[in-house]
Structure formats: C-alpha cells, structure tokens
Design a protein around this ligand. Structure first.
Ligand SMILES: Nc1ncnc2c1ncn2[C@@H]1O[C@H](COP(=O)(O)OP(=O)(O)OP(=O)(O)O)[C@@H](O)[C@H]1O
Length: 325
C-alpha cells in the first residue's frame, strides 16, 4: 500500500474555529471549535439532525459557513488545488449518476483531479468492486454504492478522509472490512473522521470521539474518557440477605434497586465501601462487581438534552439495555 499521496502531507489536521451554518434562523452547526488529528479514527457522533452531515459538507467546501472557519491542512478546502488529493469523502452514496458504471464514475473523478488512471483499478480492487466495475451503478445495492463511495474517497490517496454514515447498508463482513480499513488508514498517519448516529457503531471503530448535539460541541475526547464521564456506573451486589443489605446501603446514602431475588444494583457508593459496610454489619456478600456504563448509555445521557427528533411515547433510549437502570 503506498503511503499518503506525494502531494499530501502526513499529519494533516482538520481545524474548525467557531464554525457556524444557519438555514434561515436555525443553526445546523453552531459555533463548533475542534481539531481532528491524524493517526486516529475519530468518531463524529450526534443524534439525528445534530449537524454532522452539514459539518462534513462545510469541511469539503460543498457549503459555505455562515461564519467561522474550517481548514484542511491549514487551508480552506476550496483553495486547495486538485482537492481529492488532499481530502476524500463519502458523503452521500446515492449522489452518483445511475446510468454510469463504477469504472467510468471513478475515471471521471480521477481525470478532473489529475489522479493517475491506475488508481481507478487499485481502489476498485481495494473495496471489492473489481468484478462489478463495468455494471451500471443504478443496479448496485446500497452496500455496493457505499463501497464505490469509499473507493472515490481513497482515489487521490489523500491524508484526510471523511465518511458520513459509512456502515449503512453493509453486511457484517462489510462492516468488519470497513473497520479494518479505517484503522489501517489511521495507522498510516491519516486523519479519519467517521460520522454515525449510533454509538454502538463507533464503539468498535473509533478511538477518539467528537460528539455534537443541535450543532454544538458536547464532547471531544478519547473513547475511554467519554465512557468514564457517564454517571451510569453502578455496583452489582449478590447476597443471601438482600433486604438487610438494601436497608444498610440505603441508610448510607446509596440508591438501591432490586434486580432479582439475590441481586441488587447500587449507585452512589463504590464497591470498596459497600464491602466494608457489609463486613461491619456481618452480612455475607457473594459478589460485588462494578459495572461501567456502556458507551451507548453515556452517549444517550450526554445528548439527552439535544435530541431533536424523539418518539413521543417512548424515548429513543427504550430497548437499549445500557440505558435501563
Ligand atoms: N439544505 C438544508 N436546508 C435547510 N435545513 C437543512 C439543510 N441541511 C440540513 N438542514 C438542517 O440542519 C440540521 C442538521 O442536519 P444534518 O443533516 O447536518 O444533521 P445530521 O447530524 O447529519 O443528521 P442525521 O444523523 O439524521 O443524518 C437539521 O435540522 C436539518 O434539518
């Protein structure tokens, strides 16, 4: 695999400063300031309508900001010559001419960006579409169109790569392939930004997270730090004396719920203090286990105030085991 393009720079960053985009009075992106660094897969997360796609379009110069700036490798993307060599993006897999075949689509992109023709065959092979290259895109499945979009992003061998919901439509093998690809691209020193509205998708894909809600920055940190910020951490206690232990821990200020005949879930006290209290009261415990909140629960909690489109009767969190406490 060749390194980043001769024209590209390993170590290119995406820099957003007070980036704002309004549609009418409503901000889709609202004062976003953050840096996306090379060598990482950065998950770009937010509920539906949070402003992720708009931000990606602003980065690639497909829309102009209302105010603020965004640069790629220190420059506004539109000012970069032969753009696909500097940054590649999968933004809308459906935004391709259905009558064209995959080969011609990539060939046209290569021509306008001064990319050698041999790259077309290379990227088609890389994404597993070599056999379908001469078929009309209109006959491609959603997963095949996603693969073609990824091929287009890779075409210029750029140091910066953006992917908007790239896992949509991919089968489990495709999901695994994409995750491995993203990690490899980051390991090569590229900047990889991947959007999703599902934390579960990012949990195994990203090592850093940028989370937005209603266009505003909510978190910008390593995945592990994000999970640790959640208040969803609890302690599971198994005991043959649930009623007595429950009273004891509640008296010490903990919140205790009953899971089953022998199991309690405790929040507000660490495992060590729970063990001490039970020992002093001569109450036997069979298990004391700290349960760290799932990333999904942390995500729900942090974005709860900024969810724009939620079902009325049941909150979007329903059914997610991590959110139920
Ligand atoms: N061209 C447009 N005209 C008017 N409003 C727009 C336009 N594009 C986006 N918006 C609005 O901006 C907000 C952010 O939309 P955006 O598509 O960026 O969110 P998103 O985080 O990508 O959402 P999703 O996860 O649902 O794809 C939404 O309220 C959307 O309705």
């Amino acid at each position: 695999m060749p390194g980043p393009a001769a024209t590209g720079t390993v170590g290119s960053v995406i820099e957003m400063t007070d980036l704002t985009k309004r549609y009418g009075a409503k901000p889709a992106v609202d004062g976003l300031t953050c840096t996306v660094r090379p060598g990482h897969v950065t998950g770009f997360l937010g509920p539906n309508g949070a402003g992720k796609s708009t931000t990606l379009r602003l980065i690639l110069g497909l829309n102009a900001p209302t105010s603020g700036t965004v640069t790629v490798s220190g420059k506004v993307f539109r000012d970069l010559d032969r753009g696909l060599r500097h940054a590649g993006g999968l933004l809308d897999a459906g935004d391709v001419h259905p009558g064209r075949n995959g080969w011609d689509h990539l060939q046209a992109l290569a021509r306008t960006n001064d990319i050698p023709r041999r790259r077309v065959a290379q990227v088609l092979d890389e994404v597993g579409l070599a056999g379908a290259a001469k078929r009309r895109i209109g006959g491609y499945s959603l997963g095949m169109r996603q693969r073609l979009g990824i091929a287009a992003a890779l075409l210029g061998d750029p140091p910066v790569l953006l992917f908007d919901e790239p896992l949509n439509g991919l089968d489990p093998e495709g999901v695994l392939w994409v995750r491995t690809l993203f990690r490899r691209l980051a390991a090569e020193g590229r900047t990889v930004l991947v959007s999703s509205h599902l934390m579960t998708e990012m949990e195994h894909t990203a090592d850093r997270l940028i989370v937005i809600g209603r266009g505003r920055l909510i978190a910008d940190e390593p995945v592990a730090d994000f999970a640790a910020r959640s208040t969803g951490t609890s302690v599971q206690v198994r005991t043959p004396h649930p009623a007595a232990v429950r009273d004891l821990l509640a008296a010490a200020g903990a919140e205790v719920t009953t899971e089953d005949a022998e199991t309690l879930r405790v929040t507000g006290l660490p495992a060590s203090r729970i063990s001490e209290l039970a020992f002093e009261a001569r109450l036997l415990l069979h298990e004391v286990t700290t349960r760290t909140a799932s990333l999904e629960a942390a995500f729900m909690e942090l974005t709860a105030a900024s969810v724009e489109y939620a079902a009325k009767a049941e909150h979007a969190a329903s059914g997610k085991s991590g959110a139920a406490r």
